[in-house]
Design a protein around this ligand. Structure first.
Ligand code: NAD
Length: 266
């Protein structure tokens, strides 16, 4: 079993749970996040080296990968996990789109750019991308998230199709609702995200851990996501009509909650 890894977005949520799980299994780790203070606490708990910084920029990823190789000697697995939502539709401006695309997809392109040449020299390596069920389906209420997560899955597929025969394994974790701060802060989308059962960050870390013993591309902590993706592929119009019915329910709930105060007696 390999035993060195980098985990991005490791200060909390899914990334923190993955780092903790790997540390319990005896792995040597480098952890990265924008939140330096929380990251230091995770490093303390897991014995990892903390590399605070922005893992979505090319300079940030290059620094992270160089530091990880200096510290660990080699990187068996890179968990490209950091991600953000925007909670916006057409109102998202270009800067918001750029931030989502940088963080949720170009970060993975940049990581691969710095890792793959080293992995080809070494004879192999593994990139595990935390995408989302939104990357296979859609995330109502968040256009930049849906598009960037689809792109994350598409890039992961491309990488696997291109380098699989040269020892590079790529996997895409595609959860639905996970009990993390991202879910807590999802505002009006919270109800949508919790329609199906949610799982804990530790459950996702377990799924990620199990996935390391296989080369299966999709890692689905919510098994129903496979059924939804099959429905979407087989019956796209029926699937879209179903999503639109859900959107109408959301519209209705939003209208009800925004009109309620004015219905109360003055
Ligand atoms: N929570 C869910 O319901 C859910 C569902 C599907 C997929 N995901 C995905 O799981 C991943 C982890 O999300 P989470 O739920 O643990 O969220 P979270 O908000 O709890 O944690 C995300 C972490 O990533 C860090 N981060 C964000 N941008 C960064 C950047 N540019 N550089 C470095 N660090 C950065 C944040 O500081 C934070 O510590 C994300 O990619 C998210 O899209 C989450």
């Amino acid at each position: 079993m390999p035993d060195t890894a980098v985990v991005t977005g490791a200060a909390r949520g899914i990334g923190r749970a993955i780092a903790s799980r790997l540390a319990r299994e005896g792995w040597q780790l480098v952890v990265a996040d924008l939140d330096a203070a929380e990251l230091a606490a995770v490093a303390e708990e897991t014995g990892a080296l903390a590399v605070p910084g922005d893992t979505s920029t090319d300079a940030g990823v290059r620094h992270l990968v160089d530091t990880a190789y200096d510290h660990l000697g080699h990187v068996d697995v890179f968990f490209a996990n950091a991600g953000i939502g925007t909670l916006q539709g057409l109102e998202a401006d270009d800067a918001e789109w750029a931030r989502a695309l940088d963080t949720n997809v170009l970060a993975h392109v940049r990581a691969a750019r710095h890792l793959v040449p080293r992995w080809l020299d070494a004879g192999g390596g593994r990139l595990v991308v935390t995408a989302s069920a939104a990357g296979l389906l859609t995330m109502l209420g968040d256009a930049p998230y849906s598009v960037s997560k689809h792109a994350a899955v598409a890039f992961s597929e491309w990488l696997s199709a291109t380098y699989r025969h040269r020892g590079i394994v790529v996997q895409a974790i595609c959860p639905q609702g996970v009990q993390t701060r991202m879910l807590e802060e999802s505002g009006p989308l919270r109800e949508l995200l919790t329609r199906d059962a949610t799982v804990s960050a530790d459950d996702v870390a377990d799924a990620a851990w199990q996935a390391l013993s296989s080369d299966a591309f999709y890692v689905l902590p919510h098994p129903e996501v496979a059924d939804y993706a099959a429905q979407r592929a087989a019956h796209p119009d029926a699937w879209l009509a179903g999503m639109n019915r859900l959107q109408q329910k959301l519209d209705h709930q939003t209208q009800t909650s925004t009109t309620t105060p004015t219905q109360e007696p003055a």
